[in-house]
Design a binder for this molecule. Structure first.
Ligand code: SAM
Ligand code: SF4
Length: 332
């Protein structure tokens, strides 16, 4: 069996993102339309056993060392705690984390930590409940704040917070979000908005850039680039805030893409390998699973898919086309 997921540019994928569902209880405007998105039907979704088998193949046979569960909203997946527990029992044990909107985390954080989850990333774009309603089209701001507090209490630390800024909606809140996260002990990372919304309404000229974010933060805080500024495969460039120990990260996926150092491979909720968020091709592992494929055959399909990974996301290429799936169905 192959031992690593290497591509033709020499990058090794050790970080696996697993989408557990395409459904969500929010409707963030940069991700999903208000209504009308077609959900995957239950038989199309990988079962819990299928997910654990693919994670096992990745971890034991393909060199994957980190597994992050995402979606859609992964907390909506009924079997999440048991999937985490079974993945934590694998040898070698992968690092396990979860990207979530935080709704329901107040109820499940302790069970997830007990099951072996190491960390969470919670998405929080605003401190204002009214802005939250506009941005997510749902009135659940309190649930997210409670979820964050529960994650910290359960030891799912460092708790990381992801924020996407949208011009004229929440971009004025950058310094307040940072002050809040520093106070609570959360690690904040701003993410540039990418062309992955279901409505295909992304517009580069209105995107809030990393440079602008840093400018806004610098009006209130002293930011010092973290030592060893080369970020390697970590997409977030980090700054120490006011002499530390607090930090802030900025993920400049559009204006300073990190494709050359990308170490990710992705699995959609219906069992397709994607080599990149922006890939336009997928490789079907579900068919191989359900068709009786052996672990070695599935590993070989995965390896071959990753070998074909493109050099970059290509957002700036003249012929750039947004992928057909929106972010919620790829797994962010
Ligand atoms: N529902 C979970 C959540 O919101 O954290 C997990 C899935 S969500 C697709 C993962 C991350 O992608 C979130 O932090 C979200 O803010 C981010 N995201 C969604 N659409 C995006 C876009 N168009 N550009 C940049 N980030 C986006
Ligand atoms: Fe749901 Fe996350 Fe997309 Fe918001 S960003 S709609 S919470 S999947």
């Amino acid at each position: 069996m192959a031992t690593v997921l290497i591509d033709s540019f020499g990058r090794k994928a050790v970080d696996l993102r697993v989408s557990l569902t395409d459904r969500c209880n929010l409707r963030c405007t940069y991700c999903m339309p208000e209504e009308g998105l077609q959900w995957l039907a239950k038989p199309q979704l990988l079962t819990d056993d299928e997910i654990v088998r693919l994670v096992r193949i990745a971890v034991t046979g393909l060199g994957v060392t980190e597994v992050r569960f995402t979606g859609g909203e992964p907390l909506l997946r009924p079997g999440l705690v048991s999937v985490v527990e079974r993945c934590a029992a694998l040898e070698p044990r992968p690092e396990l984390s979860l990207t979530t909107n935080g709704i329901g985390l107040a109820r499940t954080a302790a069970a997830l930590a007990d099951a072996g989850l190491d960390r969470v990333n919670v998405s929080l774009d605003t401190l204002d409940p009214a802005v939250f309603r506009t941005l997510t089209r749902r009135d659940r701001h309190r649930d997210v704040l409670d979820g964050l507090a529960a994650a910290e209490k359960a030891g799912l630390t460092p708790v990381k917070v992801n924020s996407v800024l949208m011009r004229g909606v929440n971009d004025h809140e950058a310094p307040d979000l940072l002050a809040h996260c520093l106070e609570q002990g959360y690690e904040l990372r701003f993410i540039e908005q990418m062309p992955l919304d279901a409505q295909h309404g992304w517009d580069r000229s209105s995107m809030v850039t990393a440079e602008e974010i840093l400018e806004r933060l610098s009006a209130r805080f002293t930011l010092t680039p973290e030592p060893g500024a080369l970020r390697g495969a970590a997409p977030a460039e980090r700054w120490t805030v006011d002499g530390g120990p607090g930090t802030v990260g900025v993920i400049a996926s559009v204006t300073r893409p990190f494709c050359r150092a990308c170490d990710r491979t992705r699995l959609t909720a219906d069992g397709q390998v994607r080599t990149c968020l922006f890939a336009r091709e997928e490789t079907d592992l579900r068919g191989a699973l359900r068709g009786g494929g052996s672990d070695a055959e599935i590993a070989e399909l995965w390896r071959a898919a990753m070998w074909g990974k493109k050099a970059g996301a290509g957002i700036d290429d003249p012929g750039f086309l947004q992928p057909d799936r929106p972010m919620s169905a790829i797994g962010g």
